[in-house]
Structure formats: C-alpha cells, structure tokens
Design a protein around this ligand. Structure first.
Ligand code: AMP
Ligand code: TRP
Length: 327
C-alpha cells in the first residue's frame, strides 16, 4: 500500500494558497492510499513564537484539517512534537548532511536575507522535514511548489543513507497540483501568497468573513487590457484569479475563459467572490463546531499513537544500520 505524508506549520492565517496547494490534495489522496498528516509545530519554532498562541494555532490547524474534509478514519492526523522520533531522526540526518547543500535552500536564503547571523533552526529546517517524511516510508509528499526543493534534498539524503548503510528509506516524490501549486498574492501577483505578508488583502484566509473576501478580491491587482485569458507570464493577476476560480468551482480554466469571453474583470471578480465564499462558509461552519470539541483532542491522541507505532519501527531499523546499541 502506498503512503503519502505531509505537514503544515501552525502559524495562523491558513490561506487559500495552503488549501489549494496542499490541503485539497490531502483530502483527495485519502481515498487512494494511506495518508499521514502532521501539524509541524517543531518547524514553526524556527522563528520566534508566542507560546500561548502556538498552542492555540496548533489546535486551529488540526480543526481546519478536519473542516476541509480530512477523515480520522482514513488519515492519521497528529502533532509533530508528540512523536519524539522526528527530532531524533533529524539529528541522525544532520550527521549525514552537508552545510553546502543546506546553504543552497531557497527558503533559508529568503528567510536569512540581510541578516548577519540566522537562527540555526532555520538552517537545519529541511533536515527535520526530511525526517518527517522518511519516518513514515512515504512515497508521496503533497505540497505546494515552494517545497519542491526540500523534497529534492530529502531524496538526496535518503539515497545517500541507503547507499552508505544499505536499503533503509523509501525515496519520496513531490506531488503537486496541476492548477494552483503556487497561488500568488492578490495585491502583487509576482509574489506567492503568504501567511506573513503585511497586507491582509494580499491573501484570503480560510476563516475570513465574506466581506473581507469581497474586499480582497475586488482590490486584486490585474492588468489593463481587460481580456480574460490564462497567461501566467503576461497576465499573472488574471491567471491567478482564474486558477482560484477553477479550484473552487470545479470548472477547468478553458471553460471559465469561454464563460467570460467578452466580459470585463469586474464581472469575473464579482462571481469569484461568490464562488470562494460558498466554499469557505462550509469549511467555517465545520471549523467552529470542531474547534472547541473534546473530539478534536481525542483524534489527535489517537493519531499520536498510530504515528508513534510506525515511526518507532523505522527508528529501530535506522539505529541498527548505523550501529546505535539496542539494550
Ligand atoms: P506552510 O504554511 O509553509 O506550512 O505551508 C503549508 C503548505 O501550503 C505547504 O505544502 C506549502 O507548499 C503550501 N503553500 C504555501 N503557500 C502556498 C501558495 N502560495 N500556493 C500554493 N501552495 C502553498
Ligand atoms: N516545510 C513545509 C512548509 O513550510 C512544512 C513541512 C514540514 C512539511 N515537514 C513536512 C511538508 C513534511 C511536507 C512533508 O510548508
């Protein structure tokens, strides 16, 4: 049976880019293979976090996982820090990696830009991510396009380890969506939509109110030729809106182009507001039911147990290979 693994950081503001690039794929894969989904709190402490908020955001993301359609009967859902093997394997991978390859990571370069000295955790972040994936023998890693380089590194680490110590890890593959693997910021379609951008109208968060969604979409940056056509290079703003429309409506982009032939951007935006709000209303309704329920904690505890069982077996294998004593 094939297995997929992925994770999302509990840093608040989960947006439609996260949904389209990652969460929506998580839900689809539940019916095709074994699926393991994590809330990666240890990754989020690579930058300063408020402890109280971190705890809340961890449960927020867990509740969002369930609200978008993850089913604990089909998927293992758990919090990274509750399974000690993640940090343990990360250390072993650290000892089998090179500073040169970590220095080439785009995310590290971006986050440490203009800093004389960066937090060590930001530098070793991809090794913890590789540990997450390799612990579960995952063949597939459903993520947005921005994580592709980290998956490449994970593959290199797995292959290196297998060559050195004998077959130990499954070499995983990046799994991206055809449409929307990189959703762009609404106010600047040359940058990806991000949780941390200052302008709140640059993104649509899954918990935004209908009026906030309307404002963000109606203000979205487009171009001046007023032709509704998918062309990422020359018309990044409109292409981004078409991608979002396509994912939330289920129509393919060609159909949407036909539907709006001869119409102006205003009409497209107005309809997009409705399409997005219709989906968000459903997600939000479930979210507010689940978020405060005891069931949420029960699901996470169950997930921890199952994740511990799988990861402990992997650790026995790994320790044996590298010669760590078993008493
Ligand atoms: P993060 O918030 O960084 O933990 O990201 C969670 C997931 O969302 C990862 O799989 C990312 O690759 C994906 N993601 C983040 N931003 C975007 C975006 N703008 N478009 C598509 N996917 C994204
Ligand atoms: N680095 C990922 C992100 O920022 C989150 C992540 C951590 C992850 N561990 C993972 C994604 C393992 C997939 C698999 O989006």
């Amino acid at each position: 049976m094939k297995r997929a693994f992925s994770g999302v950081q509990p840093t608040g503001n989960i947006h439609i880019g996260n949904y389209i690039g990652a969460l929506k794929q998580f839900v689809q894969l539940q019916n095709e293979m074994e699926t393991v989904y994590c809330i990666v709190d240890l990754h989020s402490i690579t930058v300063p976090q408020n402890p109280k908020e971190l705890q809340e955001h961890t449960l927020d993301v867990a509740a969002l996982y369930l609200s978008v359609g993850l089913d604990p009967k089909k998927s293992i859902i758990f919090v990274q820090s509750t399974v000690p093997a993640h940090a343990e394997l990360a250390w072993i991978l650290t000892c089998n990696s090179y500073t040169g390859e970590l220095s080439r990571m785009i995310q590290f370069k971006d986050k440490s830009k203009e800093k004389e000295s960066a937090p060590t955790g930001l530098f070793t972040y991809p090794l913890l991510m590789a540990a997450d994936i390799l612990l579960y023998d995952a063949q597939y890693v459903p993520v947005g396009n921005d994580q592709k380089q980290h998956i490449e590194l994970t593959r290199d680490l797995a292959e290196r380890f297998n060559n050195k110590y004998g077959d130990t890890f499954v070499v995983p593959e990046y799994k991206g969506t055809k449409v929307g693997a990189r959703i762009m910021a609404l106010d600047d379609p040359t940058n990806k939509m991000s949780k941390s951008a200052e302008n709140e109208h640059s993104r649509i968060s899954l918990l935004d109110t209908p009026s906030k969604v309307k404002k963000s979409i109606m203000r979205a940056t487009t171009d001046s030729d007023n032709e509704i056509r998918f062309d990422e290079e020359n018309k990044p703003g409109i292409s981004n809106l078409l991608a979002i429309y396509s994912v939330f409506s289920g129509l393919d982009i060609k159909e949407i182009e036909r539907k709006y032939a001869g119409c102006g951007y205003g009409q497209l935006k107005k309809d997009l507001v409705e399409v997005v709000n219709d989906s968000l209303v459903d997600i939000q309704k479930k979210y507010f039911e689940i978020r405060k329920s005891d069931e949420l904690l029960e699901i996470l505890r169950e997930g921890t147990k199952k994740a511990q069982n799988i990861s402990e077996e992997t650790m026995i294998r790994v320790k044996e290979k590298i010669g760590l004593v078993r008493l």
